[in-house]
Write a protein that binds this ligand. Structure first.
Ligand code: PCA
Length: 204
């Protein structure tokens, strides 16, 4: 088995999202034998999602972690700058758990920066003429939850492994949605940048 290098995750459907584009993106990436990837589909579940990623980190020892999710009102690929230490959403998770105003880690700092190479990713996506924006808030639901939890995990390990979160819009042809093929191209461009940043070569 070749060594896994990048871990990329997406989410299952939830609430009014009947098909999650982040699931489609990871399913597409899982077919790409030329990239050194491990992909995973996460449950929209506070108790399980971050644990599942941590299990994969411990199993595969990836050199970077990119987490994906849909942001329904987004009109561009959203590079998330900051994870905040709060679960606070009007919607329960898929296990029925409703968390409002609860810290993710009682002993954790209020926030963490993304450690992905954001400026280079931004440039690579804009070069393809695909709408991309920085975002200062990933919400306070599962996307922010995994983003914060994984950054907290790496900080506690004193690990410098780059990790961060990218929101994609709903999929579709009408704005603010974005066709899934375009979303895939944007994420693939981001992963190319990340591999260069890590000085990794695609698999032969
Ligand atoms: N989007 C949600 C959770 C899962 C997903 O794809 C969010 O933005 O928190």
């Amino acid at each position: 088995m070749s060594k896994a290098i990048l871990l990329v995750t997406g989410f299952e459907p939830f609430g009014s999202v009947l098909e999650n584009p982040s699931q489609r993106i990871v399913e597409h990436l899982a077919q790409r034998r030329d990239l050194p990837l491990v992909t995973a589909l996460l449950p929209v579940d506070y108790k399980k999602a971050a644990q599942q990623i941590i299990g994969l980190i411990e199993k595969y020892d990836p050199q970077a972690v990119v987490m994906l999710g849909v942001g329904q009102s987004r009109d561009a690929i959203g590079l998330e700058r900051i994870a905040v230490n709060i679960n606070d959403a009007p919607l329960p998770d898929n296990a029925g758990e409703l968390l409002q105003g609860k810290a993710i880690a009682e002993d954790g700092p209020v926030g963490y920066w993304s450690t992905l190479p954001m400026a280079a990713m931004f440039a690579a996506i804009s070069e393809l003429d695909i709408p991309v924006k920085y975002s200062n808030h990933a919400g306070a639901y599962l996307c922010n939850h995994v983003f914060y939890s994984i950054r907290h995990y790496f900080e506690q390990q004193q690990s410098k492994i780059p990790a961060g979160f990218i929101h994609v819009p709903d999929m579709g042809d009408e704005a603010p949605a974005m066709p899934i093929e375009t979303q895939i191209r944007a994420i693939e461009a981001s992963l190319d940048v990340l591999m260069k940043h890590l000085q990794l070569m695609p698999l032969a």
